[in-house]
Design a protein around this ligand. Structure first.
Ligand code: IDP
Ligand code: MG
Length: 151
């Protein structure tokens, strides 16, 4: 029961948010967490890990046939990521809005990518695109991974 975060538990969802290696390396973890906290969502899990190749491929399996897929896997596995589960009413779609468009040059100012990134291939953060994928990604990418303590 969360009296100060939700007036009604209807439509409480979970989404998987991941600060990508460039975001961790650039020291943007606090900034990104802060934006979700200030919006009013609840952080329900967080960890730092280096994403193994197999997991990166599973996470992005819908993009397997894209020409940028090998570079994407290289990027995501290139350093530690900060993985989070966030919950709240409408959190999946709202998080996508807070994150902004995939191409940071098209992302609106005020969004994470609009304010903090330039290139699609270095767009600092991931957010699930549907409640179903939120559950899938929390199950595969969040729950199964082992912590790393060194960057
Ligand atoms: P999303 O992260 O906004 O949901 P998706 O289309 O699901 O965008 O793509 C996943 C990730 O793959 C993007 O965030 C970005 O890092 C990378 N990506 C997508 N399109 C391109 C591209 O055209 N070139 C390089 N990388 C891309
Ligand atoms: Mg996506």
């Amino acid at each position: 029961f969360l009296p100060h975060l939700v007036a009604s538990s209807e439509q409480v969802e979970e989404t998987y948010i991941m600060v990508k290696p460039d975001g961790v390396q650039r020291g943007l973890v606090g900034e990104i967490i802060s934006r979700f906290e200030r919006k009013g969502f609840k952080l329900s899990g967080l960890k730092l890990f280096r994403c193994p190749r197999e997991l990166a491929e599973e996470h992005y399996k819908d993009l397997q046939s894209k020409p940028f897929f090998p570079k994407l896997i290289e990027y995501i596995t290139s350093g530690p990521v900060v993985c989070m589960a966030w919950e709240g009413v409408g959190v999946v779609a709202s998080a996508r809005k807070l994150i902004g468009s995939t191409n940071p040059l098209q992302a609106e100012p005020g969004t994470i990518r609009g304010d903090l990134a330039v290139q699609t291939g270095r767009n600092v953060v991931h957010g699930s695109d549907s409640p179903e994928n939120g559950q899938r990604e929390i199950g595969t990418s969040y729950k199964t991974q082992v912590l790393v303590f060194q960057t």
